[in-house]
Ligand binder design. Structure first.
Ligand code: ATP
Length: 363
């Protein structure tokens, strides 16, 4: 398997930079997920790595060799698309074997290699069928098989699961993770689905308007989002973000909001965006609460419930085991531990470094 390097990759469409100066290293054997909302440039970036789109600037390197201007078929990369892109008139076996026929391998070699890949993907009994005789999940496995059979330096996958229903998406997701582990394959995987990103990635790249917003292991981007954008993209519901002010008393203040940050008194005052995840809020008696609000709706998620509340003018979500014991119209007191509070600069949206008093005394 191979490592991929992107050096200042840029792609403009007219005056719009769909991808803007992206520098990334994908290590050999890594499962790198490009994550972000629709239009943030994920597919454009992947297509430049694949060679399907010419960059406006920058370079792509595969194992240190500059492949920026190498045609796609001569790059040692295999691409898996959302649409499967199978040949409808060819059997499963011939679809999987297609890249090998194009390479001129003998019939016996092709049969052996197709057999191996079909066993790996549980497709052995389906080799004589046409794509229209397969389920969506089976078709996507054939598309994966066609990529695997080439034994490429790396796999590029563009939303490969998005045409599958929820149950199939979960099982196919697990199959891809297992394949990645067995093959120690290098994978660059595009999705807008945060659950796919969190469960599959060794590292996540959050893209926002063509630029890298944060790169990190799933736990890192979830636990320490680098910006309001990342905080608001990950989580279900996403992190609550509230306009507030840090005061000299070492607490964060807002409308119906006063939460100690665990900071020593005497800190410089400043406006902030306060972030707190719905699962880190807990109910508490109103007189002791850091946030006081009114419940507007309660959603039953099965094992858990989400209560939507209004705290001042801010919409705040609370998530916890069912039943939360709340109903629309209830006055509710909430609180959160200092280690679960995130502060962001309201102008730049970037995370602010701050040190809880307890942690700094221990240091
Ligand atoms: P999605 O998840 O919806 O596929 P994406 O993150 O993959 O989105 P891209 O498809 O890479 O986003 O598009 C990034 C930006 O570039 C968008 O604003 C899109 O409209 C623009 N764009 C993409 N391809 C072209 C094109 N061929 N011509 C003009 N603009 C384009």
């Amino acid at each position: 398997m191979s490592g991929i390097r992107m050096e200042g990759l840029t792609r403009r469409f007219g005056s719009v930079a769909a991808v803007d100066d992206v520098w990334l290293d994908v290590a050999d054997g890594e499962f790198l997920v490009l994550l972000g909302p629709s239009g943030c440039g994920k597919s454009t970036l992947l297509r430049m790595i694949a060679g399907l789109l010419e960059p406006s600037g920058g370079r792509v390197l595969l194992d240190g060799a500059d492949i920026t201007h190498v045609p796609p078929q001569r790059r040692d990369l295999a691409m898996v698309f959302q649409s499967y892109a199978l040949y409808p008139h060819l059997s499963v076996a011939r679809n999987i074997g297609f890249p090998l026929r194009a390479r001129g391998l003998s019939k016996a070699e092709i049969r052996a290699r197709v057999g191996e890949v079909a066993t790996m993907l549980g497709l052995t009994d389906l080799l004589d069928r046409r794509p229209r005789e397969l389920s969506g999940g089976q078709r996507q496995r054939v598309a994966l098989g066609r990529a695997l059979v080439r034994d490429p330096g790396a796999f590029l996958m563009d939303e490969p699961l998005s045409n599958l229903d929820a149950a199939l998406r979960t099982t196919t997701r697990a199959e891809i993770v297992e394949l990645h582990r067995r093959l120690a394959a290098t994978v660059v995987y595009v999705t807008h689905d945060q659950v796919e990103a969190m469960t599959m990635a060794t590292r996540i790249v959050l893209l926002n308007e063509g630029r890298v917003e944060q790169v990190g292991a799933p736990a890192e981007v979830y636990d320490e989002p680098a910006s309001v954008f990342v905080a608001g993209f990950l989580g279900s519901p996403a992190m609550n973000l509230i306009d507030a002010v840090v005061r000299a008393d070492g607490a964060v203040h807002g409308c119906d909001l006063e939460l100690p940050l665990g900071l020593d008194a005497g800190v410089p005052e400043r406006p902030v965006t306060l972030g707190v995840r719905p699962e880190h809020l807990v109910t508490t008696p109103l007189e002791r609460a850091g946030l006081r609000g009114v419940v507007t709706a309660v959603e039953n998620l099965g094992g858990e419930e989400v209560a939507h509340c209004l705290v001042g003018a801010a919409r705040v979500g609370l998530r916890g085991p069912r039943p939360l014991g709340l109903r629309p119209g209830d006055r509710v007191g909430l609180t959160a531990a200092p280690e679960h509070l995130h502060l962001f600069d309201p102008d730049s949206g970037r995370r602010l470094a701050w040190q809880p008093a307890a942690a700094s005394t221990n240091a």
